[in-house]
Design a protein around this ligand. Structure first.
Ligand SMILES: Cc1cc2nc3c(=O)[nH]c(=O)nc-3n(C[C@H](O)[C@H](O)[C@H](O)COP(=O)(O)O)c2cc1C
Length: 320
């Protein structure tokens, strides 16, 4: 029996699983594979780079007849970016990290489903007021960026579910197997939005060294800070930290962010290390659940396996 929720009904998808719009790595092939597997694929368009979208949208559009969407970093875009994206007729547009109010109305007006990712209750309230069709509640176990003052997934999701009802909520952060999907549903969420687990799939646009670090890494090897953003000269606002797998540079600069920001030579040393191949080309953005990731499956198979595991976990719960 399939898991039917407000989310699966809204999009007409088989499983309550969405691909997180991971900037750069959730490209057309990965999004299409997730859709073919029965989930909702979201392209990770980041700041809305024109050429990236022109390349990746046709891949997802031709790779699936099912609904797909595009996700943006709200702080990095303007209305022109959103208008250009809407010309591709995505079924959904997801906004994360920043003020969604300049964009919400034009997305809804264009007939796209508006998904807003939130990291605290004020953002959740604002998302409801803006008419979000789906809200993603992101906990600090998440891979990649999140609010410096975020909340853990387990206590955060049900509070957002209560606050947002009847708007469906997806749980995000630390979900990497079917038990996590089952937990999300048990918390009252209408599904799970999953990032890190999909980085380790055949279709993700990631360097092999990054996939390897995720497969080999453990949750306790991950940490949240701004060190690597500062070192690589990233434009991410300082209110956001990122969870990454640790490395030698982090060991050297942990808890010394202000010092690093004031030290251009240390930043250049990091960038030179990356250029030499001493470190992965990008930070290994990964969530706390990486212990559960041990392989690089095709994403469509993974979606089906996650859903099947979630069903059996729910059937088993309380019967041991
Ligand atoms: C490599 C990576 C890149 C990400 N990039 C984005 C992004 O560009 N936009 C966004 O909304 N979320 C981004 N996220 C966060 C996801 O939306 C989501 O909150 C997170 O992946 C959920 O936690 P999990 O990684 O434990 O599944 C990213 C996450 C990862 C792991």
């Amino acid at each position: 029996m399939a898991l039917s929720t407000a989310f699966t009904k809204m999009f007409g998808v088989e499983h309550p699983i969405a691909l997180a719009p991971m900037g750069g790595s959730a490209g057309g092939a990965l999004a299409a594979a997730v859709c073919r597997g029965g989930g909702l694929g979201l392209l990770g368009a980041g700041n809305g780079d024109r050429e990236w979208l022109a390349r990746e949208v046709p891949i997802v559009a031709q790779g699936t007849g099912k609904p797909w969407g595009i996700g943006f970093l709200t702080w990095a875009i303007d209305v022109g970016v959103v208008d250009r994206a809407l010309e591709y007729n995505p079924r959904a547009v997801m906004l994360s990290f920043g003020d969604p109010s300049p964009f919400a109305e034009r997305i809804r007006h264009a007939g796209a489903t508006l998904i807003i990712q939130v990291t605290d209750l004020d953002e959740a309230r604002a998302a409801v007021d803006l008419g979000a069709d789906v809200i993603v509640a992101q906990g600090t176990e998440s891979g990649g960026h999140g609010a410096r003052r975020g909340r853990s997934t387990l206590p955060f999701v049900p509070v957002v579910v209560d606050l947002a009802a009847p708007v469906p909520v997806l749980a995000a952060g630390g979900i990497a197997d079917g038990r996590g999907v089952a937990a999300a549903l048990a918390l009252g969420a209408a599904g799970a939005l999953i990032g890190t687990r999909f980085q380790a799939t055949a279709e993700a646009l990631v360097d092999p060294s990054i996939a390897k670090a995720i497969v080999e890494g453990r949750g306790e090897d991950t940490e949240r800070n701004r060190v690597l953003d500062i070192a690589r000269g990233s434009r991410w606002p300082s209110t956001y930290t990122a969870r990454t797998v640790g490395n030698r540079f982090l060991d050297q600069w942990r808890d010394r962010e202000a010092e690093l920001a004031a030290d251009p030579e240390a930043q250049q040393a990091y960038q030179a290390g990356v250029a030499r191949g001493d470190m992965p080309p990008l930070p290994v953005w990964a969530g706390e659940a990486i212990d559960l990731i041990t392989d690089l499956p095709p994403a469509a198979d993974l979606v089906g396996a996650l859903a099947a595991q979630a069903e059996s976990a729910l059937a088993r719960a309380g019967r041991q």
